[in-house]
Design a protein around this ligand. Structure first.
Ligand code: ADP
Ligand code: MG
Length: 227
């Protein structure tokens, strides 16, 4: 069964929820960070120094995750710059290597031409990383996730194809619902954030999927900002 479902606006409350979670989690993290720094300053050398540094690095990582996923408290203005989609995809390939490589999944990029687009680099990168990460996570070991970039008249189109577990029409419909996840350690935030970013850029996302065969995620983005 093949389903095409247009993404719509499900995300009205995301801002409010995200802002309170970000706030509640950030405060204790900042406190822990402060105490660890105090401890680090009072210890001279040795193993504990190393452990403290690891703890501080991991805290910084947690802070980055909050920043990436939950920094949507205020309807943030997009910071539009001209960027090359090809270049952005190469960057994303690097970012996702630690997730794809251990499972021997190849992330392949097909580009017909260099596509220049006005977009908020960081936010678009976040959206694409979240969607491609989902494709990798749905895939079997040793398979390929293909990302195709093409330029239509005044749109760029990004297709993310996986040969993974696929989704039922009901499951497709639930993507983008806050905290919806079918994974043991999932957050149910990645797709929600991605869809929100792409919709803010006046683009849209469709999913075509077949259970047991795989999924294509089709992202359309205007080449120029639309007001
Ligand atoms: P998470 O990845 O933490 O579960 P997401 O919001 O990123 O949360 O995704 C929500 C759910 O959508 C996933 O748990 C999964 O069930 C489904 N999903 C998203 N992309 C795909 C895909 N390419 N193939 C199969 N299922 C997918
Ligand atoms: Mg995800």
């Amino acid at each position: 069964m093949r389903e095409v479902i247009e993404r719509a606006e499900k995300l009205k409350t995301l801002g409010e929820v995200a802002s309170s979670i970000a706030h509640e989690v950030r405060n204790p993290l900042t406190a822990v960070q402060g105490f660890l720094q105090l401890m680090k300053a009072s210890i001279i050398e040795g193993t504990n120094q190393k452990y403290l540094q690891i703890a501080l690095d991991e805290l910084a990582r947690a802070e980055a995750v909050i920043h990436e996923y939950l920094n949507f408290s205020k309807p943030k203005l997009m910071k539009y710059d001209q960027i090359s989609l090809t270049h952005l995809m190469e960057n994303i390939q690097l970012i996702l290597t630690p997730i794809a490589s251990p499972r021997s999944i190849r992330l392949v990029i097909h580009v017909r031409q260099n596509i220049l687009i006005f977009a908020d680099l960081k936010q678009l990168q976040q959206a694409l990383v979240n969607l491609i990460k989902n494709a990798i996570e749905a895939s079997r070991d040793q398979s390929v996730v293909l990302v195709e970039l093409s330029q239509l008249e005044c749109h760029a189109e990004i297709r993310i194809r996986d040969k993974g577990k696929g989704m039922t029409p009901g499951e497709i419909q639930r993507i983008g619902t806050l905290f919806y996840t079918t994974k043991e350690n999932g957050t149910g935030l990645g797709a929600t954030v991605a869809l929100r970013i792409i919709e803010a850029m006046k683009g849209n996302v469709h999913f075509e999927s077949e259970v047991g065969k795989g999924t294509v995620c089709i992202i359309k983005l205007p080449l120029e900002p639309v007001s």
